[in-house]
Design a protein around this ligand. Structure first.
Ligand SMILES: C[C@@H](C(=O)O)C(=O)SCCNC(=O)CCNC(=O)[C@H](O)C(C)(C)COP(=O)(O)OP(=O)(O)OC[C@H]1O[C@@H](n2cnc3c(N)ncnc32)[C@H](O)[C@@H]1OP(=O)(O)O
Ligand SMILES: [Co+2]
Length: 134
């Protein structure tokens, strides 16, 4: 069901410092920050030849990454995103297999303009999983 790795997301406590590390220290191509109010995060994309890194910073009240940053004060790997061809078929299959789909269960439009869903980290070895329809 899952295909390519679309991105690995890293929650950062300081976005400017995260950009500096990836652009100036690691020498990667880094996008401008993009606010995603529907997701409660500001996102910066780091373009790698084979995948992307998504730097995440909380946006607004009740950001879904705030609790994670409170626990991981230096930041940390927040989720991995796998591509799927049909997100509703993937969701229904996962629900049938007992995985918990977060939120309303309906896909939202993600930072790349494509439908996304999240799966509970406790159902996947402590790793929050995002699915993105490509
Ligand atoms: C824009 C976009 C895109 O790419 O297109 C994005 O990625 S948006 C990315 C931001 N959006 C999302 O993350 C949406 C989905 N996320 C959520 O609904 C939430 O963040 C949850 C995953 C449910 C966690 O919520 P919250 O932190 O309030 O829950 P909680 O503190 O009760 O945590 C429950 C347990 O899960 C653990 N936990 C929390 N976040 C975790 C994470 N990212 N990875 C692994 N474990 C995690 C906690 O440590 C805790 O474990 P213990 O009980 O053992 O202490
Ligand atoms: Co993501």
């Amino acid at each position: 069901m899952i295909g390519r790795l679309n991105h690995v997301a890293i929650a950062v406590p300081d976005l400017a410092e995260g950009i500096r590390l990836y652009r100036d220290v690691l020498g990667a191509k880094v996008s401008d920050p993009q606010d995603e109010p529907d997701h409660g995060v500001t996102v910066v994309f780091v373009e790698l030849p084979n995948t992307k890194i998504e730097l995440l910073y909380p946006l607004g009240e009740g950001s879904p990454i705030q609790g994670f940053l409170d626990k991981n004060t230096s930041g940390g790997i927040h989720h991995v995103c796998y591509e799927v061809e049909d997100i509703l078929a993937a969701r229904d299959q996962l629900l049938k297999n007992g995985a918990r789909v977060l939120g309303t269960g309906e896909p939202k439009i993600g930072a790349h303009g494509k439908p996304v869903l999240f799966l509970h980290p406790k159902d996947f070895n402590g790793t929050l999983v995002e699915l993105e329809q490509v």
